[in-house]
Design a protein around this ligand. Structure first.
Ligand code: ADP
Ligand code: MG
Length: 256
């Protein structure tokens, strides 16, 4: 067995509040391998965002250990993060936002223009570099946020309900693009959502969290093909429907 991208060992987290400790997550164990697209599904308040913050190193867990490529995660390094809101810098152009991310990633100034073009191409925004962030649609803004997260070429991409604020058609298009991020088998994605449909479409593996504090209720491989099949075929297949039913039942039972 090679080195895990992420390893959580007995991880739990409580928030300290005036009213006492609020248990939000765990204890849980989880290992994510390179090439996996893990979607964590759970009801609202089950600890999904807490889970991602702990994995990214932004939140130090109250208990247990997190290993990212065998080390303690350094916030802002090693992983790219995409949130529900794009959080772009409004005083910079689309290209400027990517350029800043490249600078933070340590890319030499002379290489940044070319890399900016490549990243915008990768997310289907080839010509939008000079535009202002408020001149583009919500879906395009979220694509910029994805390009920015990819700037440092992270081995691991963390996504926190990144499409929840988008309309259904835009959401499906972005899902189709994001699904192929793990075609490069050295990379991994951990994506959290409360949408069962989104989970079944995207995941190579689905982890269902219990209600707060989130523990692992179900850990399920997704045997759907990842290449050579259209999104419509996939969403219309009997295998997709069966899996959707199984995961929906699990989510309903933990939320009850
Ligand atoms: N900063 C905080 N202080 C106190 N409680 C918090 C804080 N952040 C989250 N929580 C609580 O922890 C639980 C899990 O939150 P969160 O990880 O945001 O869930 P999710 O992303 O699944 O909706 C919730 O019950 C929430 O109220
Ligand atoms: Mg959340």
């Amino acid at each position: 067995m090679g080195e895990a991208l992420v390893e959580l060992i007995g991880v739990e987290h409580s928030y300290r509040t005036k009213g006492g400790a609020v248990p939000a997550l765990g204890p849980l164990d989880l290992r994510v391998e390179p090439g996996e697209f893990v979607v964590v599904v759970g009801p609202s308040g089950s600890g999904k965002s807490t889970f991602l913050r702990v994995v990214s190193g932004f939140e130090h867990p109250s208990g247990g250990a997190v290993r990212l490529l065998g080390r303690t995660p350094v916030p802002g390094r090693d992983v790219g993060v995409v949130f529900q809101q794009p959080r772009l810098f409004p005083w910079q152009t689309v290209g400027g936002n990517i350029g800043t991310a490249l600078r933070w990633a340590g890319v030499a100034r002379a290489d940044r223009p070319q890399r900016t073009v490549e990243l915008l191409d990768q997310v289907g925004l080839g010509s939008l570099g000079p535009r202002r962030t408020w001149e583009i649609s919500g879906g395009q803004q979220q694509r910029v946020a994805i390009a920015r997260a990819l700037a440092a070429q992270p081995r691991l991409l963390l996504m926190d309900e990144p499409f929840a604020a988008l309309d259904a058609m835009t959401r499906e298009r972005l899902q189709e693009d994001v699904r192929s991020l793990t075609d490069d088998a050295t990379r991994g994605v951990v994506f959290v959502t409360h949408s069962v449909d989104e989970a079944v479409f995207l995941a190579s593996r689905i982890v269902v969290l219990t209600d707060r504090p989130g523990r692992i209720a179900l850990d399920l491989p997704v045997p759907l093909p990842r290449t050579g099949v259209s999104a419509d075929e996939l969403r219309g297949s009997a295998e997709y429907a069966a899996l959707r039913g199984e995961v929906a039942t699990a989510v309903r039972s933990v939320a009850a």
